[in-house]
Design a protein around this ligand. Structure first.
Ligand code: FES
Length: 159
């Protein structure tokens, strides 16, 4: 993907927002923002690698390391916490067998803690990829993740 400083600066758009958008597109194309990808962005935009790396590592939705097929963003903020998020998270950790920040051995899920998802009205909440889920209980969260596993198994069965 060819990139240019013009693409980042946009036509009057806020430069940082344009850089984030560009990095999101690069991540979609390459799977993650590896050192190689960031170096390419720096070379083609003329922006300092340190600035690009800083943005790539600051935002939860951007990642410099390969992730699972589905990224689980689990809200760790107070409104979710007071409505039982800790018990839900414990259940997810036990179900997946990984700690926050880790990826399941089958490469299907990466569990990540995140700040408020804007879903406080239905706390506790999480996102799996782009899908949002609220009013979670341990049982509901595990059923949701089991659905993804079942879907995955069925896709492989037919391919
Ligand atoms: S605090 Fe959890 S979604 Fe807002």
């Amino acid at each position: 993907m060819a990139v240019s400083e013009d693409a980042i600066q946009g036509s009057g758009a806020e430069p940082r927002a344009s850089l984030i958008e560009l990095l999101k597109r690069m991540q979609e194309t390459h799977g993650c923002l590896s050192q190689e990808v960031l170096t390419k962005v720096a070379a083609e935009t003329g922006l300092p690698l340190s600035k690009i790396y800083g943005v790539a590592t600051f935002y939860t939705l951007l990642t410099t390391r390969p992730k699972g097929r589905y990224r689980i963003f689990f809200c760790k903020n107070a409104p979710c916490h007071v409505r039982g998020a800790r018990r839900v998270l414990e259940a997810i950790v036990e179900y997946l067998g990984v700690q926050p920040g880790e990826t399941t051995p089958d490469g299907l899920f990466t569990l990540e803690l995140t700040s408020c998802l804007g879903l406080c009205a239905v706390a506790p909440a999480m996102m799996v990829g782009d899908d949002v889920y609220g009013n979670l209980t341990p049982q509901k969260a595990m059923a949701i993740l089991e659905d993804y596993r079942t879907r995955e198994r069925n896709e492989h069965a037919w391919s």
